[in-house]
Ligand binder design. Sequence first.
Ligand code: BGC
Ligand code: BGC
Length: 819
Amino acid sequence: MSTRPSEPPTVHPEIWPVARAPAPDPAVEARVDALLARMTLEEKVGQVIQAELQSVTPEDVRAYNLGSVLNGGGSAPGGDVRAAPEAWLALADAFWEASTDTSDGGVGVPAIWGTDAVHGHNAAFGATIFPHNIGLGAAGDPALVRRIGEVVAREASATGHDWTFSPTVAVPRDDRWGRTYEGFSEDPALVAALAGPYVEGLQGAIGADQLGDGHVVATAKHFLGDGGTTGGRDQGDTEVSEEELRDIHGAGYVAAIEAGVQTVMASYSTWWGRKLHGHDELLTDVLKGRMGFDGFVVGDWNGHGQVAGCASDDCPAALNAGIDMFMVPQDWRSLYDNTLEQARTGVIAPERLDDAVRRILRVKARAGVLHAPRPSERPLAGRAELLGAPSHRDLAREAVRRSLVLLKNNDRLLPLSPRQRVLVAGPAAHDLARQTGGWTLTWQGDTNTNEDFPGGTSIFEGIRTAVEAAGGRAVLSVDGTYVERPDVAVVVYGETPYAEFQGDRSTLAFSPGDRSHIALLERLRADGVPVVSVFISGRPLWANPEINASDAFVAAWLPGTEGAGVADVLFTAADGSTAYDFTGTLSFSWPRTAAQSPLNAGDPDYDPLFPLGYGLTYGDDGDVPRLSEDPGVDLAAADARTVYLAAGAPVRPWRLTLAEGPGGGVAVGEDEEETRTANGWLSAARDGGGEGAVALAWSGAGPAVAALSAFQAVDLSREANGAMALVARARLDSPPPGGMTMTMAGPGGRGSVEVGGQLAAAAAGEWIELRVRLSCFAAHGADVASINGPLSLTTSDAVRLALAEVRLAEGLASDACPQ
Ligand code: BGC
Ligand code: BGC
C-alpha cells in the first residue's frame, strides 16, 4: 500500500501501455455513422440504458428504444430459475422484435441481451458449469480457456443471449475478498495470458458473423483495481500507486483489448476514494484514449448511483466520465427521463452522447446484431441439447482434472487403487451447490440443491462410478460413520457458496467456529483409516488443522457440475496404472497463518505455506510435516457480521439472552443445561435432536423474548441493498403460536415483522427457514446501517421452537414483507 496522498492522484495516460486493438473496419464505421445520423435524441438516450429482466417489458423496450436488457444473478424468465431454453428464447424474441419495430418511424436498433455467464452459462438450468476462474488459473492453460469460452458461447446462444459479462480479469490481491474465485490469479501475467484466449473463445473472430456462428460479446471486468481494494473489501478502495494499478490490475485489459474484447465493465470500487464510474481519466483518457479501446463501457449494477452527487436514476457524471451504457436494473425509466433532460440542456454534451451511442452501435454492428435474424432464427437457438451437451461436460471434466492442486501426499497415499472399500464423507461429498458455488442459477448460489443440476455429477458419484467399474466399493456417508471399516476415506468439505460481499471475510481462517471437519478426519484416522481431504473453496484458506488431520490434501476450488474429474485424478486405472496425474498449480499463494492477507508472490517478506506455482505430482515426495495450528488471529472475532447463531450456539461476539418484557434478561450460558427467565416465561436448553440447536420454550404465561445481541453494531446496508434476508433455521415442536414477531434492532431503530404465519405453515417437527428481508425490517423502522440486535423472537403464547442457525442469506422472490 502506498501512503495516502492528500487528494486523489492525477493520472498520466502516457505511462500506460498502448494495446494493439483490432483495426476499425471502415464499412462498419460508415454504417454506424449513417445509423447515428438518423437517430433522434430519444433513441440515443434509449441506447445507453440497460434494464433488468424483472423490471422491464418488451413494451418498454419498444417505447423507449432501450439498448440492452440483462438478467441479473438469480433472475430468469417468469422468475423461474429452471426456465427452459424456449422460455428464454421467447423473451429474447419479444425484446428483439420490440426493439426493431420501426412502425413509429424510428431506426429500430436491436437490443442486446446480457447475462453473467461467468463459469458456464450459469443462469440457464441444465447448463454445463465449469470450474470458477480460480480453478482455471490453477490449470493455467490458455488453450483450455479458449475452448471453454467457445462452449460457454454456444450454450448461451441456445437461449438467445448475445452478451456475457465475462471474463473477470480482476487480479485479486487480498483473498479475504469474496470475489477472489472470480479471478484467475494473483499473478497479473497469468491473468493476461488467460484473458485474451477466453475472450477469443467467447467472441470468435471480430468482424465475422459472431452471433451467426454461436459466439457472444464478451466483457472484461471490472475496470479498474477491483481486486486491489484495501482489506479485500468488496466495492472498496484501491490504494495503490498508478504504476501498480497499471502493472497489476491493468494487465488483463491490455490482453483482452488485443483479443478484441468489445465491452468493459466499470468497477464499483474507488481508486484513492474516487469512484471508477466517475473516473474520466481512467475510463476515457487511459482505457479509450491511450489503450485504444473502441468498444463500449458498461456500468455495473447501479454503480453509477454511487458516484458523488449521483443517484441510481440520475447520473450525468458517469456518462460524462466515459460510461457508455448504464446498468440500471430497476430505475431505468426515471434515469431515461433525467438523461434525456440533461442531453437537451447540454449537461451531457451532444458529442459525448454520440460517442457513447456510436460505440454501442459499433459493437452491435461488429457482433452481427444489426443484421442477425430474430434470436430464435439463429443457428444454435433453441437447441436445448447444447445445454449440458456430453462434449461440453467432457471439457468441463477435463478442466476439473487440470484445476486440482495437490498440496500434501504423505507416504504417497495418492493415487488410490479403485479396487478397495472407499468411504466418501463430508458435507460437500454429494452436494452440487457447494461444488458450483456462487453465480450459479442464483446470485449467491446458496439456495441450490442437487435437483437443480440435472446431468451434473457430484464428487461422490464420480468416485462411485470409477471405483465400482474397477470392482471396488464406494459408500457415501456424509457424517463419516460406517459399519464396515473402509480401506480409505475421501472427505469432501470446504466453503459454502457465496458471491460478492457475502463472501468477504475478516481473516483467512477456513472454519473459525466449527471444528466438525477436524473431528471427522481425526475420528477416521483414529480408527486406522487413511484420509484424503478434497477441499472446496473459492480461495486459499488457512486450514492447517485440517491439513494436519489429513494424509493427503487436494485443493479442488469450485469445480462445477462435473465432479467426476476429481475421481479421474485421485484413482488409478483398474490395472494400477496412473490415468491422470495432478498438473494444477496454485495461482494464488497459500497462507501459513490466517492473518496473512494480503499475501502475494513478490512481497518483500513473502512467506507463504505453499507459494504461487506450487503443486505436487505423483512423482514428488509429498510429505508435509506437522504444521503449526496457531492461526495468528483471534478466531472468535471472525465472520460474525453475517452469521449470528451456528449449530444452536451464538457466534461470538453475539450473545443469546432471554427476557420478560423489554430490557434486562439472562444470558444463555454455554455450559448450563437450562437457562430460565425470572418467572419461567421462557427457557432455553440444548436441543436433543442431533442437529445442533437450542430449544426455546415459551410458557405462555407472559410476553418473553429470545434475542441475539452484541455491544457493537454492524453495518448491514450493503447487504440490505443486495436484497439479502435474515434467515433463521427453526423447528416448531408445538402447535403454532397465535403470533410471534421477529425483530431486527439497533441504536437507530427497530423493525418488527410478524412470522406467526410462516410458523403456522410449517409441519410440526419439520425444519424450516423463517425468512425476512433486511429491506423489510428497514421498512418497519430498523436502521440497517447500525444493527446490534440482528434477531429477536417475541411471543406471549405457549410455543416450543428449536433454533439451529441465524444468518444472512440471499433473498428469495418468495420472501414477502407483511405489513
Ligand atoms: C456484479 C457484476 C455483474 C452484475 C450483473 C454486479 O453486482 O458486480 O459482476 O456482472 O452485477 O449481474
Ligand atoms: C443481482 C446481482 C447484482 C446484485 C447487486 C442482485 O440482486 O442479482 O446481479 O449484482 O443484486 O447488489
